[in-house]
Design a binder for this molecule. Structure first.
Ligand code: GLU
Length: 292
């Protein structure tokens, strides 16, 4: 990925980002215009981050279109990555002031709680349980759980076919809980979805389950052998994680910054340049939750 750094020319200019569509890797190529005149409220989380001169963002690195890092590349790509850049730019931080921290589903809350990251942008569904222990602003995207199976397998076409089947998903995800509790699957839990995809390709499991947005990226990488089947059977509302559930000021900043990107179409351009590369049309941006 190429970063082009440009600065706002106008004092008081709102956050503006422009994204140049890129060719085919589901990663996007982004020009960020940073909100250089951003003045954080005294004592706020934004002030702490601005004073540190960098933001640590927890992201996935093995989910094509969402958060993916090519071997040998030093920056990840994907829709979550673009949302991370939008938030950083809103605080006046350049892309090279972002530290991308690889996360897996299971360490998102601990990484927020122990300060390993400032925010999480990692296919992170908003749930009541998670909102008890960390903050989640959003949703900035809504998807739903689906199934990935071998292209020549006609025995599974929806979650009702999973009873007794070996289904791979990721520890600490909403996905593994749903298939185990609601559909009687025999769950195989791994750290990452890419490990699950390997299990499926090797014939060790019958299906992989997680959000459709994630599965489409894997199917697109190996269309001769993999297919996504059935309708979505859950609602996954992606949010930006932050440390303290009661940090309303930070929640409001994140929400307003993402909302601005939705209003000026940056959000849609980011979608088209990342997840949209697999042929999915950009949906209408979702309505975001109030912060209090
Ligand atoms: N969105 C779901 C979750 O947050 C599944 C994807 C993931 O594990 O990142 O648990």
């Amino acid at each position: 990925m190429r970063y082009t750094k440009t600065k706002s020319l106008f004092a008081g200019a709102a956050l503006v980002m422009s994204l140049a569509a890129c060719g085919g890797d589901g990663g996007g190529e982004v020009d960020v215009e940073v909100k250089e005149d951003y003045n954080p409220p005294a004592g706020s989380t934004m002030e702490r981050i601005v004073d540190e001169g960098k933001i640590k963002i927890g992201v996935k690195t093995d989910q094509p279109g969402i958060g993916f890092q090519e071997a040998g590349s030093d920056t990840p790509e994907g829709f979550d990555i673009e949302m991370g850049k939008v938030i950083a730019a809103g605080m006046g931080l350049e892309p090279d002031q972002i530290e991308w921290v690889p996360t897996i589903s299971d360490n998102r809350e601990p990484f927020l709680q122990n300060g390993t990251v400032d925010i999480v942008a990692a296919s992170y569904s908003i749930t009541d349980e998670r909102r008890e222990i960390v903050g989640q602003a959003g949703p900035y995207y809504v998807t739903g759980q689906q199934l990935l199976v071998a292209a020549d397998d006609d025995s599974i076409s929806g979650p009702e076919d999973l009873d007794g089947k070996k289904v791979c998903s990721v520890t600490g995800s909403t996905s593994i809980e749903t298939v185990e509790k609601e559909y009687g699957a025999d769950p195989a839990g791994f750290d990452t979805y890419s490990e699950c995809v390997t299990q499926l390709q090797n014939g060790n499991v019958d299906a992989v389950t997680t959000d459709g947005a994630i599965l489409l990226g894997y199917a697109a990488q190996d269309p001769d052998n993999l297919k996504v089947v059935g309708e979505a059977f859950s609602e996954e509302r992606y949010g930006i994680g932050y440390q303290k559930p009661d940090d309303t000021e930070f929640c409001q900043f994140i929400t307003d910054t993402i909302q601005a990107s939705m209003d000026d179409d940056t959000w849609k351009e980011a979608f088209d340049a990342t997840l949209g590369e697999s042929g999915v049309e950009a949906p209408e941006p979702p309505e975001m939750d109030p912060c209090e």
